[in-house]
Design a protein around this ligand. Structure first.
Ligand code: KIV
Length: 258
């Protein structure tokens, strides 16, 4: 059954929403066959697949290219794409134009915007045009150059209040759901109970309406990069390395092809 924004909205309060990232047709097809609710073409494509150090280097053209590849899998999941670095901070009219490109050229069904209450007006403008928006609060990887490193958010009362304000502003702007990244679990619980839209956590504990993981993290592609909150459900680094080595060995030995 095709998942839509309405499917996600209705899932508030059940802690059942499943979301995962995908950057190409193959991974999108797997996620769809595994009955994931949301497929996110995250700008984490930059650090996981394109060799960048941060997501700041990821451009609109790259997001459209990868989103279109995911679209070609015709996934049953709701297809959400990240608005890349700074594009949501242009004027509301310019930001809307960028979102239209992600929908029309990338084939996404919704966009995700990293930010805080300052974006309420821009998000409302985009939502009013008919583009569903998922907000993203807490750790905002697109601000890494300002933050200086990754850390948990919402540990102090000041940060907790500010996250609650951000969540409320995004809800008021018309977001259909929010990603909460690296938020102190007690703060996550407060945000979840005080908003009417689903909160989808990553590294933010269990008191939300669902979870999202980066596909390459949970598949164990890179043992040297493993955020503490990630559970690895496979060890593809080992599987792929050993398959490549075996293939090389057999070619050199002359045992493949026979
Ligand atoms: O880009 C991404 O993969 C994300 C997830 C961490 C939610 O934004």
């Amino acid at each position: 059954m095709k998942k839509t924004v309405q499917t996600i909205r209705k899932a508030k309060g059940k802690n059942q929403i499943t979301a995962i990232t995908a950057y190409d047709t193959l991974m999108a097809d797997f996620a769809s066959r595994a009955n994931m609710d949301i497929l996110l073409v995250g700008d984490s494509v930059g650090t996981t697949a394109l060799g960048f150090q941060t997501t700041v280097e990821v451009t609109m053209e790259m997001m459209i290219h990868h989103c279109a590849a995911v679209r070609r899998a015709n996934p049953s999941c709701l297809l959400v794409v990240d608005v890349p670095f700074a594009q949501a901070h242009l004027s509301p009219e310019e930001s809307l134009k960028q979102c239209v490109r992600l929908i029309q050229e990338g084939g996404a069904e919704a966009v995700k915007i990293e930010g805080d209450s300052a974006l309420e007006g821009t998000i409302a403008h985009i939502v009013t045009s008919g583009i569903p928006v998922m907000g993203h609060i807490g750790l905002l990887p697109q601000r890494i150059n300002d933050l200086g490193g990754y850390r948990k958010f919402g540990r102090t009362e000041k940060e907790r209040d500010s996250l609650l304000r951000d969540a409320k502003a995004m809800e008021d702007a018309g977001c259909f759901a929010l990603v909460g990244e690296m938020i102190e679990p007690q703060t996550t619980a407060k945000i979840t109970s005080s908003t009417s839209i689903p909160i989808i956590g990553i590294g933010s504990g269990n008191d939300c309406d669902g979870q999202i993981l980066v596909c390459t993290d949970m598949l164990g592609y890179q043992s040297e990069f493993n955020p503490s909150f990630v559970k690895t459900y496979a060890n593809l680094e080992e599987t792929i390395l050993s398959a490549f080595k075996q293939y090389g060995k057999e070619v050199r030995e002359g045992t493949f092809p026979k």
